[in-house]
Design a protein around this ligand. Structure first.
Ligand SMILES: [Zn+2]
Length: 438
């Protein structure tokens, strides 16, 4: 089926950041086949025309780092730095039963989709299949996997290596051909994994042609710990083990120096920047402007809703800009356009999905968001870009299309019954309130 979305302000986020005030997007099955001025859009009898009533259409956003399985425990710990916080949470997060992990994934995906996120990179410990299973059902694109831990270094919970290889392969077989799910193999961090484990997981990922995801250089205590154990800073430790290459995604990269950034840039590795989580856990401000100047692809991530506590990329865009300006005391350090690019096209590239999603261009999958923005002086390119980063939020999301399918519209999910899901949770966990936080 071909659908022409018209009467819309289209923000393509292509290489030239083209915007079309009277724009149109032609969706042909799962793909985009035309983006441009409405006046030049193809018109045929078999094309269904959909009047977007002046909505702003932008690419679906890409959450480059999250942990859906933990989301049932939002608000479980809101203080302490990374290590203090993780220690306080370990009794809770290390032993979540499969149903709790699945419910966490569902909660996360509902929140992300209604907030205009169409792709997410999820990091599990056990239950690799859960996130993609739920995402696929709701209609969201995912890159899922588990992060291996070394039991000698991270004592809480059941070891997940090498069991997660089988889990991942099963998930890949189950979701094969759904058009939405892809997978990686990951390791938790340089401090929670032995060098041997890091090498083993990276090798297993390479053998299967899968990306590799790891937390790296998140906190200054990590730097001290890794330096003391291995004589190198975290990024240099990973470089030394031959872990850095163009299929490696590094979550955080807050504590990186010039040599670290040089190693990342020359390797082709990419970065998932989590500004709100980094702030909440007092990790520091990642040198994003400097990393991007070196052509390191940097996407935006929410991290889990225990370290955030919202899965809201509008918020991440705004905070990312504010932090770079504050750190540099320079009001030009990062622009709203930069933030939108990171939340969409660059985020997709960081996950190795740059050919699939992240911008509105003919040939890419139709992952897009329609926003109801209103400006008393009218929508211009500058106002729309400014509003998306500095003023908008999930409350402005009217419609979300992923892979050519409308999965959320006017407050309702089209493929799942959200009220029934909540009723099930109320029965299972005893919640009584009728309000909505997500
Ligand atoms: Zn994480």
């Amino acid at each position: 089926m071909k659908t022409l979305l018209k009467n819309a302000f289209v923000v393509t986020v292509n290489e030239t950041f083209a915007c079309y005030p009277d724009g149109a997007v032609l969706v042909d099955g799962p793909r985009i086949s035309y983006v441009g001025p409405a006046a030049q859009a193809p018109h045929h009898a078999d094309i269904v025309v959909r009047d977007m009533r002046g909505a702003v259409i932008m690419p679906g956003m890409v959450n480059t780092h999250t942990h859906g399985g933990l989301c049932l425990h939002r608000g479980a710990c809101d203080e302490g730095d990374l290590f203090e916080w993780a220690a306080a949470l370990a009794p809770t997060t290390s032993n979540i039963p499969p149903q709790g992990l699945k419910d966490g994934c569902t909660l996360a995906i509902l929140e992300m989709v209604r907030g205009g996120i169409t792709t997410a990179c999820d990091c599990a410990r056990h239950g690799t299949a859960l996130f993609s299973e739920v995402a696929s059902k709701i209609g969201m694109r995912s890159l899922s996997g588990a992060m291996a831990n070394s039991p000698a270094l991270r004592k809480a919970g059941v070891p997940n290596w090498p069991a997660m290889i089988g889990e991942t392969e099963e998930a890949m077989a189950a979701r094969d051909g759904d058009g939405l799910s892809s997978f990686y193999l990951g390791a938790h961090s340089p401090y929670n994994c032995t060098p041997d484990l890091l090498v083993d997981v990276k090798r297993a990922a390479n053998e299967r042609g899968l990306p590799f995801v790891i937390h790296a250089a998140e906190n200054f205590k990590e730097t001290e710990m890794v330096l003391e154990r291995y004589g190198r800073r975290p990024i240099q430790h990973l470089a030394h083990l031959d872990i850095l290459d163009s299929s490696t995604v590094l979550a955080h990269c807050v504590q990186v120096d010039d040599a670290d950034m040089e190693s990342i840039a020359s390797s082709g590795a990419t970065v998932a920047h989590n500004p709100v989580s980094n702030g909440k856990l007092a990790s520091g401000i990642a040198p994003v402007t400097e990393m991007r100047r070196r052509c390191i692809p940097v996407g935006l991530g929410t991290d889990s809703n225990i370290s955030n506590n919202a899965l809201n990329l509008f918020q991440e865009m705004k905070v990312a800009v504010l932090l770079q300006r504050l750190a540099a005391q320079n009001g030009y350090a990062m622009s709203a356009r930069d933030a939108i690019v990171m939340a969409t096209r660059e985020g997709a590239a960081a996950l190795g999905m740059g050919d699939v999603t992240g911008s509105l261009e003919a040939g890419k999958r139709a992952d897009l968001v329609a926003l109801d923005l209103y400006h008393p002086l009218g929508l211009t390119e500058e106002r729309v870009i400014s509003d998306i980063v500095f003023a908008a939020g999930p409350q402005h999301v009217r419609m979300v299309m992923i892979d050519g399918r409308t999965v959320f519209e006017d407050g309702r999910f089209t493929r799942v019954d959200e009220a029934a899901i909540r009723e099930e949770w109320n029965m299972r966990y005893g919640a009584q309130s009728a309000g909505s936080t997500i």
